[in-house]
Design a protein around this ligand. Structure first.
Ligand code: MG
Length: 256
């Protein structure tokens, strides 16, 4: 069921989204050679608790998963697409890696979702472009979102950029409604025709999140039960914002 958030909900989501962006910015500033994914996770947990909020992904049990997610933060490095676990095996960031940091925040009972992929040290020109164009696809998706348009308008705007640059566009993972829960209806796929799908209504809150692979779109689930990886081992990038649909466009809630 697609939910429409009230004015009061939106005020809380705006406040939570601002906190969320501030936390993510601090985590991004910590990314450097030699830091571990576990340190990023610990810092995220500390910053979230300091604000009196909770981590949406910690203990979250996706339908069909064999166990709940064990960390506050998802840290996905190189061929890890999403849901990389930071605190079970030692993962140290190396020169030339790309790392996706994905956080879900619960503030006063309401959920926001945000991710960014950043370079570690100096990365190759092709990885620089992968990050740039995946972020561009996120912004294009947001620009296409507006009351009266359709979900497919967001999908098509994202897909156009991925196709233009020859990236593998992951189909099994997608954006989604968010706010009252970690994942709500509707799905917001990163591919598909414009003008199709549910109508965007003011008050809808969506997590828009393009995921592009440098190689093919094929993926698999790691034996840890959470981490999705590219089938061909190629690096993958992921950018995400939580947005509010309005009559005139989409307001990014996760910025501060
Ligand atoms: Mg999400």
């Amino acid at each position: 069921m697609i939910t429409i958030k009230t004015k009061e909900d939106i005020a809380i989501l705006r406040e939570g989204g601002t906190r969320h962006a501030v936390i993510l910015r601090e985590l991004v500033s910590m990314v450097r050679l030699g830091i571990s994914a576990a340190e990023l996770n610990d810092r995220a947990a500390h910053l979230i608790a300091e604000g009196g909020d909770t981590a949406a992904f910690l203990d979250y049990h996706p339908y069909g998963a064999k166990r709940p997610y064990p960390a506050s933060l998802c840290v996905s490095i190189n061929d890890e697409i999403v849901h990389g676990i930071p605190n079970e095996t030692e993962k140290i960031l190396k020169e030339g890696d790309i790392v996706s940091i994905d956080l879900g925040l619960v503030h006063k009972g309401l959920f926001t979702d945000m991710a960014i992929t950043v370079p570690v040290g100096t990365i190759s020109p092709e990885l620089t472009k992968l990050l740039e164009y995946t972020k561009e696809a996120l912004m294009a998706g947001i620009k296409a979102a507006k009351g009266g348009k359709r979900i497919g308008d967001i999908s098509a705007a994202i897909e156009r950029i991925g196709v233009a640059h020859g990236y593998g566009i992951v189909q099994e993972l997608s954006g989604h409604g968010v706010g009252y829960d970690v994942h709500e209806d509707p799905y917001v796929p990163n591919y598909g025709p414009a003008g199709k799908g549910d109508i965007l209504q003011p008050g809808m809150v969506l997590a828009i999140e393009p995921i592009f692979n440098l190689g093919t779109r094929k993926i698999y689930l790691d034996s840890d039960g959470h981490t999705y990886r590219t089938a061909d081992g190629s690096p993958s990038a992921h950018f995400e914002h939580t947005v509010l649909i309005t009559k005139s466009g989409a307001e990014i809630l996760t910025q501060g």
